[in-house]
Design a protein around this ligand. Structure first.
Ligand code: KIV
Ligand code: ZN
Length: 503
């Protein structure tokens, strides 16, 4: 009989540890809602002891998201576990996830603890967590580099202490598929009480093997896979959720396993996560890259035209990409717009539809044909509306190849309209300098990226900026057919996010 694999999504915890990524509470909640619609089994909502923001996000998610298990991370100490529980206790199905390193190198150099002490701590903390919550996950950090005999002892003891899930992390992305498969089989065969817990794995992608290692683990007894949307995560990331789900679905004949994930929602969730984190998806990324379903070679195109399956092992529709020949334009009404939003998987309330429709109409005045990608970009733009402390009234830029670029900006803050001018190396630099003057704060621009949403000279430009203020990072996005305007919108968006959290 086909085996169910639980999908444990860690986009909001390990995924948020992606260098440069920082999500606020509303953004995390929005992603959690999407993950619930995707029907993942577990959402790892955060690491509550790490920051107040993480604590508040876990609490908000625990209160609002009902279907999946809500999981929070804690090191193996009472303070971490108490904090995790304080945020988690509102959840309908809470899970505490506690961890301690078990490999020789981590125990000796990081923890400065003897193996017996680690074993004792693991058992004590699982027992303690169990007094608060029924569902306890235990991870031996750097599990894949842990001496198997010691690992068997630790796992047996934590299961006796009440762990319901034992998660084996390949923390540094070091293992390889056959090796890891055998490692998991060893656990299954040598931990006497293993049938009382679910075996889970958590693979990092340092050698590009996270998905392959996770699949090898499934073949050898793992029943839960920890993964993240778009493969986000610490360093090279975690196993990518969409690749795991589609590998199991497409090769059901081989794995004989299934997940509950509604694969048709993958595209939507992936693009929203990319939008909110500011981490763009490489074009040739499996499943969700823009090229994933594009056939360039004539031979392939011919084959696909004759019979899709010649070169297509899964359909674009299976991840929610719709083949749509109907473009919208300035004569399209609200009804057609709303219908298209629904087809694209957006269930917005009336106010949001009205707002989006207004932006759509403005765009349709300038651009003849509006594609699905344009619509997604403009809806994603304010997926999490923010209170604008600084409201851009107007800007003007003078630029050329033989002159210093200058910009003038008018920004409203409460009842005051401030106007400032500045010069810079190019129009973007000039206008960013002028904006900074109007708000009177020095902002460090960490990253700037511009991409065209569609092809053609009238394509929408989408700008993503990352700014840093005292180590806190904020991502802003803006879209417009005018790339300077898109840049200004993105910068103002990041500054307003900063203002709403810091001031
Ligand atoms: O990579 C890792 O070891 C982790 C654990 C906390 C599960 O993220
Ligand atoms: Zn990890």
């Amino acid at each position: 009989m086909s085996k169910k694999i639980q999908i444990f999504d860690t986009t909001l915890r390990d995924g948020e540890q992606t260098p440069g990524v920082s999500l606020n509470v509303q953004e995390k909640l929005e992603i959690a809602k999407q993950l619930e619609m995707l029907e993942v089994d577990v959402i790892e909502a955060g690491f509550p002891i790490a920051s107040n923001g993480d604590f508040e996000a876990v609490k908000a998610i625990a209160k609002e998201i009902k279907k999946p298990i809500i999981n929070a991370l804690a090191r193996a100490n009472k303070k971490d576990i108490d904090r995790a529980w304080e945020a988690l206790k509102y959840a309908e199905r809470p899970r505490i996830h506690t961890f301690i390193a078990t490999s020789d190198i981590h125990m000796k150099y990081k923890l400065n603890m003897e193996p017996e002490e680690v074993l004792k701590r693991a058992v004590e903390m699982v027992s303690y967590a169990k007094t608060l919550c029924d569902d306890i996950e235990f991870s031996p950090e750097d599990g894949s580099r842990t001496c198997p005999e010691f690992l068997y002892k630790v796992l047996e003891a934590v299961i006796d202490a009440g762990a319901t899930v034992v998660n084996i992390p390949d923390t540094v992305g070091y293992t390889t598929p056959v090796e890891f498969g055998e490692f998991i089989r060893g656990i299954k065969e040598n931990v006497p009480n293993i049938d009382k817990a679910i075996i889970s794995v958590h693979c990092h992608n340092d050698l590009g093997l996270a998905v392959a290692n996770s699949l090898a683990a499934i073949e050898n007894g793992a029943e839960q896979i920890e993964c993240a949307v778009n493969g986000l995560g610490e360093r090279a990331g975690n196993a990518s959720l969409e690749e795991i789900v589609m590998a199991l679905k497409t090769r059901k004949d081989y794995f004989d396993c299934y997940t509950n994930v509604v694969s048709e929602k993958i595209h939507r969730v992936s693009s929203m996560v990319s939008h909110l984190t500011g981490v763009s998806i490489q074009a040739n990324k499996a499943i969700v890259g823009v090229n994933a379903f594009a056939h360039e070679s004539g031979i392939h195109q011919h084959g696909v035209l004759m019979k899709k399956e010649t070169y297509e092992i899964m359909t674009p529709e299976s991840i929610g990409l719709k083949e749509n020949n109907m473009v919208l334009g300035k004569h399209s009404g609200r009804h057609a717009f709303q219908e298209r939003l629904k087809e694209l998987g957006y269930n917005l309330d009336n106010d949001r539809i009205n707002e989006a429709f207004k932006i759509f109409k403005d765009l349709a005045d300038k651009k003849k044909e509006i594609s699905d990608k344009d619509i997604e970009a403009l809806v994603n733009q304010d997926v999490v509306p923010i209170v604008e402390k600084y409201n851009l009234k107007s800007f003007q830029v003078i630029t050329g190849n033989n002159m210093v670029s200058t910009a003038t900006v008018k920004v409203k803050n409460k009842d005051e309209v401030i106007q400032e001018a500045a010069c810079g190396d190019g129009p973007i630099n000039a206008v960013f300098n002028a904006i900074e003057r109007t708000i009177g704060v020095n902002v460090k621009l960490e990253d700037y990226a511009l991409k065209a949403i569609t092809s053609g000279k009238d394509a929408l430009g989408e700008v993503t900026v990352k700014i840093d203020r005292d180590g806190n990072k904020f991502v802003g996005r803006g879209i417009s057919m005018d790339v300077i305007e898109a840049s200004v919108k993105a910068y103002m968006n990041a500054i307003n996010k900063m203002a709403s959290e810091i001031n």
